[in-house]
Write a protein that binds this ligand. Structure first.
Ligand SMILES: *[C@@H]1O[C@H](CO)[C@@H](O)[C@H](O)[C@H]1NC(C)=O
Ligand SMILES: *[C@@H]1O[C@H](CO)[C@@H](O)[C@H](O)[C@H]1NC(C)=O
Length: 147
């Protein structure tokens, strides 16, 4: 289930080479402080085929949860397409579960860009959901897939 409404674009507030500072919106059960996609020296992030990019999201939970599950989409002309990641279990991505309320976490994962992906521009949208399917975080960034 895609929750487009909760998602915000990280276009505007870049705080360093790869880090984006974001703000909360919607009824998510978390609060993002930093989204770090690297390497991404300029915007949109150019993702080279065959390479793997590091994702590090710093967020604070606003609810407890036993589980956490990542849902990643490529959004092309507003059409969300599932974007496969090797491990969608947030509890195996730098987060010690169960997730406690009001605790700061670093979600660490990788975004592999397969060599058979088309060379297109799109948005990558990344959500992390709690037991109830609510978003701990939801962000999207513009990327360009390139050779
Ligand atoms: C989210 O985090 C920001 C910055 O850390 C803070 O100012 C804000 O109050 C937080 N919002 C909620 C709803 O916790
Ligand atoms: C993730 O980002 C946070 C905040 O910038 C940083 O303190 C932490 O060391 C990073 N973790 C990894 C594994 O890169």
């Amino acid at each position: 289930q895609l929750s487009e409404h909760c998602c915000f674009s990280l276009l505007s507030r870049r705080i360093s080479n790869s880090q984006f500072h974001s703000y909360v919106r919607g009824s998510s059960v978390g609060n993002i402080s930093i989204v770090d996609v690297s390497p991404c020296p300029s915007q949109p992030c150019v993702l080279h085929k065959g390479q793997t990019y590091k994702v590090n999201v710093t967020f604070t939970s606003k609810a407890a949860s036993q589980t956490s599950k990542a849902v990643v989409h490529g959004v092309l002309a507003k059409l969300p397409i599932p974007f496969p990641i090797p491990n969608n279990d947030g509890c195996k991505s730098g987060i010690v579960c169960p997730i406690k309320k009001d605790q700061k976490y670093n979600y660490i994962n990788a975004l592999p860009v397969k060599s058979d992906y088309p060379s297109i521009k799109l948005l990558v949208q990344w959500e992390l959901k709690d037991d109830a399917g609510q978003d701990f975080f939801c962000w999207k960034i513009p990327v360009r897939i390139s050779d």
